[in-house]
Each structure stands twice: as structure tokens, then as C-alpha cells.
Design a protein around this ligand. Structure first.
Ligand code: PHE
Length: 455
């Protein structure tokens, strides 16, 4: 009875499939498409894949379940979720506001670029005399043009969010995620059938000790794998706490988390199949980030002749679906906190968040000019600060919060509710108390070292 009363007034996901699709929607994003294939090839190919799968199984699964446990147990937005115990740890909640706030401010800008490229391909894929690099450079450094597309992308997210958890996020994710997967498999087939595709497969799958040595050795590889797992599963910033708070008690947290980890990793591997063979087939050096998607890929499509325009539309639609559902999850953290901490309605909170985020996103778009905004490129700053420092830091704090404030006994009860494998409790406790904090502390130290070099 008590939990029924607690649940009163809070939204929830309607079905298991809907919850998994929404959580996978958050996890599957640009990280899978433009980061994973390159990192895998750079840090040892097949060896990286094995290490990555082990890290996802150990760290990723533990962190995701940990956040779901906190979310469902506290049944609250991120601010209230951490404001308990003798010494209220609201600062963890605030970190879970600041991180999505920073990330979504630049994610929207990239979302805008994706829509622009979708439009270019939908209207014939003509890049004119400026070429691929010139087109990308002049578009992104024009704040008015890129600002307009940024707002269009944000509007797409807001339209979904205004309908709430079940009628908005869940409904849309249930359509977009399966569609993304079908398109991805199609793109992988196109890419694998290009002449010379085999080189791309070798880059990603053949175990390669030399590439590990050449790129800083095993510790660097471990750091890359752990960092990628964190980012790719969207853990360490309260998204899974928020989505977990909408998870009904009759659901098994470990089962759901396993599906999310598995599907996210499958999509990452398929992205590798879609991206690398095609890049190698046209003789372009593999890379990560915007250069890969917005400069190298248009060249791939050109080599496909008339079919290239269709492939271009499909590819950018796929990337759009990936970015859209990720941005939705970031915004949901902010909206749920604002709605529950103020007297605003769902609609009111959504609109306030939309206005604030459109301002910060435009600032990021302005900062993409060569001279930056007061000399700073906000996209790089927000991205590196969150990925290298804030995500692991918050992950570590959440881990301590679970142990100290929620307590292992309660946490394990929550974890094992309706779970078929009750033995998991002991292994999980060991992982959360010893393995996870050590691994996260390691990526935090490596992250701080890298970040101070980057900025
Ligand atoms: N997990 C997403 C990806 O792989 C990135 C992301 C990070 C999304 C943080 C939301 C929040 O690209």
C-alpha cells in the first residue's frame, strides 16, 4: 500500500518493452556511431572489443542497475532522490542537473547539423563548389543558419516531451528504436558490399597488439574502454535514476538493465560494420566525431552514385533518431526536477526548460565561429568537462550514496524484486563495493589528466 500511495501522481512507463526502448534510446546516440568504431580500431581491434564487452558486463551493468535502484527506490526526480539521510546529499542531485544541462546544450547544436544534412540529401545531395569540408565549415560557423536548425531539433524533442512519459517518450521510442535498428542493418549491408570493405573489418575485428602499444599501452586502452562504456550507457548523470523512478515495481531491474547493455553494445558493433568498411572502401582514414559523419560520409555517398542520395537520407535519419532519443532523455531529467520542485504543470515545466535550453544552445552555436565566444568553443569545453571529469565523479558519488545512505540491504531488495536470479545479489554487492569504485576512480584520475591536456 505504501508504495502505491507514494506512486500517486508520478508518471510511469506502461510496458517493459516501452521502458527498454526509452532507455536504449538514451544509450544509443552519437557515441555509438561516431566514437565507438574508431576507438575500437585504434585501441587493439578485436582485443578492444573483448575488453569492452567485459567492462560493459561488469561496470556498465553495475552502474546502470545502481542508478535504476536509486531511482525506483527513491521514486523521485534527481534533486529529491539524493536529498535524504542525516547529511542530505543534494549536491549529487545538482550535479545530475548540471551535467544534462551542459550536454544537451551542445547535443542540440549537433542535432541541428544532422537535420541540415538530412535536408541536403533529401534535396539531391549537392554540396556545390564548397565541397564537403567547406560546406561543413561555413555552415557550422554561421550562427544564424546553425542556430535555426538547432531550434528545429530542440522543438522536435519538446513536442515529444510535452506529452509526458508514457504518451510521449515511450510511444516515440517504441517506433524510433526498432526503425533505427532496421536502418542500421541496411547500412551495414551497403557498407559491407562495397569493394575493399574487408580492410574496415580488419581494422575493427582483428586483434592488434601493435595499435595498443602505439596508442599509450594497456592502461590507456582500459581508460578508453571504461570511458566509452560510461558515456555510451548514459550513466553517471541521473538519466537512469530518472527513468528508473518511472519503472513499476513488478519489473525486474537486472533483466531490464541487461537488455539495455546488450542492445547498446549490439548497436555499437553494427555501427562499426556500417561505418568502417565504407570509409576504408573509399580510401579515407578512419576518424571519430563530426569530421567522420559530416565530412567523410558525404564522400562515401558520392562514391555510390545515384543510390548515394538515398543512402545519405537513410544514414542521417538514423543518426537523427539516435541523437533525438538521447536528447529527450537529457531534457527529461531537467523537466521532471523542475515540475516536481515547483508548482509548474508538465507543460509549463517543459516550456521553461525549452526556453532556457534554447538560449544556452544558441550560445554554443555562436561559439562555433573560428573566434569562439569570448575565445572559447563551448561545445568542446562542455563535452570534455562532462565526459572526462563530471560523469565519473558523479558516478562515484552515486556509488557511495547507495552504500552509505540507501544501504546494501534495501538496495539489494530493490534490485532483486521480481528477479529470477536471486544469487545475483552477492555478486552485485561485491561489484558495487569494490570493483566499481576502483574502476571509476581510475577513469576519474585518467580523465582529469586528459582534460587538463585538452583545454
Ligand atoms: N549515450 C549517448 C551516446 O552513446 C550519449 C549520451 C550521453 C546521451 C549522455 C545522453 C546523455 O551517444
Amino acid at each position: 500500500m505504501s508504495h502505491l500511495m507514494e506512486n500517486k501522481g508520478r508518471s510511469s512507463f506502461g510496458s517493459k518493452f516501452g521502458f527498454i526502448m526509452a532507455a536504449v534510446g538514451s544509450a544509443v546516440g552519437l557515441g555509438n556511431i561516431w566514437r565507438f568504431p574508431y576507438i575500437a580500431g585504434t585501441y587493439g581491434g578485436g582485443l578492444f572489443l573483448l575488453l569492452y564487452i567485459a567492462i560493459v558486463a561488469i561496470l556498465g551493468f553495475s552502474m546502470l542497475t545502481l542508478e535504476f535502484v536509486i531511482g525506483r527506490n527513491r521514486n523521485a526526480n534527481v534533486i529529491d532522490a539524493f536529498a535524504v539521510g542525516k547529511k542530505k546529499r543534494s549536491y549529487i542531485g545538482w550535479l545530475c542537473i548540471i551535467i544534462p544541462f551542459l550536454i544537451v546544450s551542445y547535443y542540440n547544436v549537433i542535432g541541428g547539423w544532422i537535420i541540415k544534412y538530412l535536408a541536403i540529401f533529401a534535396t539531391g545531395g549537392d554540396f556545390g563548389s564548397a565541397g564537403y569540408e567547406g560546406t561543413f565549415g561555413s555552415f557550422t560557423s554561421d550562427p544564424v543558419a546553425s542556430g535555426v536548425f538547432t531550434i528545429i531539433f530542440l522543438a522536435l524533442c519538446i513536442i515529444v516531451l510535452i506529452f509526458g512519459v508514457q504518451k510521449g517518450i515511450e510511444k516515440v521510442s517504441k517506433v524510433l528504436m526498432p526503425a533505427l535498428f532496421v536502418m542500421l542493418v541496411f547500412m551495414a549491408i551497403v557498407s559491407l558490399t562495397m569493394p575493399g570493405a574487408i580492410e574496415g573489418l580488419k581494422f575493427m575485428f582483428v586483434p592488434n597488439f601493435e595499435s595498443i602499444e602505439a596508442n599509450g599501452g594497456f592502461l590507456q586502452m582500459l581508460s578508453a574502454a571504461t570511458g566509452q562504456a560510461f558515456y555510451s550507457l548514459s550513466v553517471g548523470m541521473g538519466i537512469a535514476v530518472t527513468y528508473g523512478s518511472y519503472l513499476k515495481k513488478d519489473q525486474s531491474i537486472p533483466q531490464n538493465a541487461l537488455s539495455v547493455c546488450g542492445l547498446d553494445t549490439i548497436v555499437a558493433i553494427f555501427s562499426g560494420l556500417a561505418v568502417l568498411p565504407a570509409i576504408f572502401a573509399v580510401g579515407i582514414a578512419p576518424s571519430a566525431g563530426p569530421g567522420l559523419v559530416f565530412i567523410s560520409f558525404p564522400a562515401v555517398f558520392e562514391s555510390l552514385g545515384g543510390f548515394g542520395v538515398v543512402a545519405g537520407v537513410l544514414f542521417f535519419l538514423l543518426v537523427l533518431f539516435a541523437a533525438w532519443t538521447s536528447a529527450i532523455s537529457l531534457l527529461e531529467v531537467l523537466i521532471s526536477a523542475l515540475e516536481e520542485k515547483t508548482k509548474l504543470s508538465r507543460k509549463g515545466a517543459t516550456l521553461v526548460v525549452a526556453v532556457v535550453i534554447s538560449i544556452t544552445s544558441i550560445l554554443v552555436a555562436i561559439s562555433m565561429q573560428p573566434e569562439g565566444l569570448f575565445g572559447v568553443n563551448l561545445l568542446d569545453l562542455f563535452d570534455s568537462l562532462t565526459t572526462y571529469v563530471m560523469l565519473p565523479l558523479t558516478g562515484l558519488l552515486m556509488c557511495f550514496f547507495l552504500i552509505k545512505v540507501i544501504g546494501m540491504k534495501t538496495a539489494k531488495e530493490e534490485l532483486l524484486l521480481n528477479c529470477k536470479v536471486q544469487k545475483l545479489g552477492k555478486v552485485w554487492e561485491f561489484a558495487i563495493k569494490f570493483v566499481v569504485p576502483v574502476l571509476i576512480a581510475f577513469i576519474l584520475v585518467m580523465g582529469i589528466l586528459t582534460w587538463t591536456k585538452v583545454i
